[in-house]
Design a protein around this ligand. Structure first.
Ligand code: TYD
Length: 138
């Protein structure tokens, strides 16, 4: 069963020049999974949090494409907080990790590279259910 210590902060390629910087990301190379979906969170009002759920199978790479925010990861026993503020850093989050995204800076953009298409069936949205699933892994 995954723990918060399976969440890792990856350094992505950064191609910088006088005219700016660019970060390419390939599934299976910079992240261990195939990238099936990309989505991004933006216009998050000050003080609001996102996430608040775990995924049965989904793996993700979470990037602060602009600004900053904090990702709190939780495996039912241990919580860790990871601050993201560089577009060339990505937080790998494996399956069955509860996550919350908090403290978005003004203009903060959270880019997510995901291993699967969206399906509500993959979500655990109740923390007690998550804890129970961690106690009794399938
Ligand atoms: P949710 O994953 O709960 O957002 P967050 O983790 O950022 O707080 O999704 C919010 C809503 O958006 C929910 O109704 C499902 C929908 N949604 C999609 O339709 N497609 C997607 O790829 C995602 C991530 C969410």
């Amino acid at each position: 069963m995954t723990t918060v210590f399976d969440c890792s902060l990856l350094t992505l390629p950064r191609i910088a020049s006088e005219t700016g910087a660019l970060t390419p990301v390939y599934g299976g190379e910079h992240v261990a999974f195939d990238i099936e979906r990309v989505y991004y969170l933006y216009d998050v009002p000050g003080g609001e949090s996102r996430g608040g759920h775990a995924h049965l199978a989904l793996q993700q790479l979470i990037v602060a494409a602009s600004g900053s925010f904090e990702v709190i990861v939780d495996d039912g026993r241990t919580r860790r907080s990871i601050f993201l503020n560089r577009p060339y850093h990505g937080l790998y989050v494996p399956r069955m990790i509860w996550r919350e995204l908090v403290n978005f800076s003004s203009g903060g953009i959270c880019l997510v590279l995901a291993s699967m298409p969206y399906t509500e069936d993959d979500y655990i949205r109740d923390y007690a259910d998550f804890q129970e699933a961690k106690r009794t892994p399938a």
